[in-house]
Design a protein around this ligand. Structure first.
Ligand code: FE
Length: 260
């Protein structure tokens, strides 16, 4: 098995053509012909995750967020990104990232959260683009419950001790999901227009929460990290069909903002 073969499996799961136009997905560093025996799966290629890959003798890291987003003008040890790229190349570690294509693909972050929460009649939140059938975000039905009980369920499913909410309706029966950075008012408006009473996302800003209040949509900010890290075991399970390669989940807790 070489890097290119692993990429082919990832392409089947989350085709790169599904990615948003502004995104950067695919092989970020490394040689696609390099032999692979062990792969680390993580949400982000932060330096501690790269150190973990070196320590665990991994040949490749698969991440959700792209290692390289905007093109650097230089690769030197004087920038954090430069240091990471140098470390990856010195240790011959390939990095592959599946970002918005993994958000949009049915088995991706949004689909996974929808299934974990037991949503029924799952549909897209955003309309699909072009010939695709999948669009960003999911909506679905739950048994009518109080907003508080549903928020508790989200906490339990995502293994969180605390959660930030804006309660603007007493009940929850139709839920919208946009994992990661989905705090924008355009998604909230879409959720409201589609008849949802609750919207789950991460990175909700102050004014966006006020917008949700104005339109009468309850919002649960379950953090960017916790709404997306759920994809790691799902990817490991999917990739474990490749018998010759060992796939391991990163043990690094890489949520940059912690609640204490
Ligand atoms: Fe994200």
């Amino acid at each position: 098995m070489i890097v290119k073969d692993i990429i082919e499996y990832m392409e089947k799961y989350a085709p790169s053509k599904l990615a948003e136009k502004w995104d950067n997905v695919g092989l970020m560093t490394g040689d696609e012909n390099k032999e692979v025996k062990r792969v680390l799966i993580a949400l982000d290629a932060v330096e501690s995750v790269i150190d973990e890959a070196v320590e665990k003798k991994c040949d490749m890291i698969i991440t959700h967020h792209p290692l390289i987003f905007s093109a650097p003008k230089s690769v030197t040890a004087s920038s954090p990104l430069g240091r990471k790229i140098i470390k990856l190349i010195k240790n011959d570690i390939a990095v592959f990232s599946a970002h918005t294509n993994l958000d949009i693909a049915d088995g991706g972050t949004n689909g996974t959260l929808a299934r974990l929460l037991g949503l029924r009649s799952i549909e897209n939140l955003c309309p699909p683009e072009g010939d695709f059938k999948e669009g960003l975000g999911k909506i679905g039905i739950i048994d009518r419950t109080s907003f508080e009980d549903f928020a508790e369920k989200v906490k339990k499913v995502l293994k969180m001790e605390r959660i930030t909410v804006s309660k603007n309706k007493d009940e929850a029966s139709k839920v919208a999901i946009c994992t990661g950075k989905g705090g924008g008012s355009k998604y909230m408006l879409l959720a409201k227009q589609k008849g949802c009473d609750v919207y789950i996302t991460g990175d909700v800003g102050y004014h966006e929460a006020q917008f949700a209040q104005d339109i009468g949509l309850s919002v649960i900010d379950a953090t960017h990290y916790c709404t997306e890290v759920i994809i790691i075991p799902v990817l490991r399970e999917y990739l474990s069909q490749i018998n010759e390669v060992e796939f391991i989940e990163s043990e690094i807790f890489a949520q940059a903002l912690n609640i204490i």
